[in-house]
Design a protein around this ligand. Structure first.
Ligand SMILES: [Zn+2]
Length: 312
């Protein structure tokens, strides 16, 4: 009779320890346009609760195959994305674009290659360089720490093809036009426009109803890219996090940045410090207080804005 508690203990531990075949819980894919699908992940930082999954993986079914954008944060998340993708098409995945170096967007590459080993992985040249230097190891460890080991087994599958600003990739009758930058959200950012459909995948240069983590970026750069996204006049904007929508979501982000920057500039000239500025700016931004990561990222954004004003 002693075997029963042992079995119970084993059953319990198997829910805690991740195995090599693990896959995150299923999230539905949304068809946002003909042949274009997005899985809108939950908003927030990677955690035990969300099993690391919190970005917006997407795919476009072209005449020749499937193009994936940002297949998720781990091999386990990428497997879920591949399972959902295969419900929408029998075509092979031929290309993967990674919008930037942050691991929540590209550590799922491994899961694409598990199914489609010949798929071509494409990224910003600085993303490729940084991922090889140290960012790959950094993000694998961070994901594992934040999920208490759930993402273990994830490897860094780094893009091999560089995408340049203005470059166009013609794939299966669609044009994927690259709008890249070196000083925005992560300094390794690609925005990807599907020219024929008027869809812009913004990566994390634009988020929907989420206060941006700008620790690796600059206000100057990300505001410029926000303006650029608006100037491209897309019909549909797919942000790095948060729901897909029209230009209103980009205008909201622009308004947040405009308010914050103007207030920092005004109070900087008055000789105020960051902790004096924060409650004033939080009040000015109260229309946005339900945005994801508001509390976590407002303070660091103000500190960064002060540094940039000082440098002007
Ligand atoms: Zn992200």
């Amino acid at each position: 009779m002693r075997i029963l508690p042992l079995l119970a203990a084993l059953a319990f531990s198997s829910t805690v320890l991740a195995g090599p075949k693990d896959i995150v819980r299923t999230y539905p894919a949304q068809k946002v346009h003909a042949n274009t699908y997005v899985i809108h992940g939950p908003q927030g930082v990677p955690s035990v609760e969300n099993q690391s999954f919190m970005n917006n993986p997407a795919w476009i079914v072209t005449a020749d195959g499937v193009v994936v954008i940002d297949p998720g944060s781990s091999v386990q998340a990428g497997r879920m994305v591949m399972a959902q993708l295969r419900k929408t098409t029998d075509k092979p995945v031929t290309h993967v674009f990674n919008t930037h170096v942050h691991g929540d967007h590209w550590l799922g590459n491994q899961a694409v290659l598990e199914v489609w080993p010949k798929a071509t992985l494409i990224g910003h040249p600085d993303m490729i360089r940084l991922a090889k230097e140290s960012a790959g190891d950094f993000w694998i460890k961070l994901m594992s720490d934040l999920t208490k080991g759930y993402t273990d087994g994830t490897r860094a599958e780094i893009p091999t093809v560089e995408a340049a600003n203005g470059q166009e990739f013609k794939i299966g009758g669609k044009t994927f036009r690259i709008h890249s930058s070196t000083d925005a959200h992560s300094k390794t950012d690609l925005m990807i426009e599907i020219v024929e459909d008027g869809i812009l995948f913004t990566g994390d240069n634009v988020l929907s109803r989420q206060a941006m983590n700008l620790r690796d970026g600059t206000f100057k750069g990300v505001r410029k890219e926000t303006e650029r996204a608006l100037a491209l006049n897309a019909k549909l904007y797919v942000p790095g996090h948060g729901k897909t929508g029209d230009r209103k979501l980009v205008e909201e982000q622009k308004a947040w940045f405009d308010i914050l920057m103007a207030e920092v500039r005004r109070m900087y000239d008055e000789g105020k410090s960051d902790f004096e500025m924060k409650p004033v700016i939080a009040e000015k931004l109260k229309a946005y207080k339900n945005w994801a990561e508001f509390e976590a990222n407002l303070g660091p954004q103000i500190s960064l804005a002060i540094l940039e004003v000082e440098q002007e």
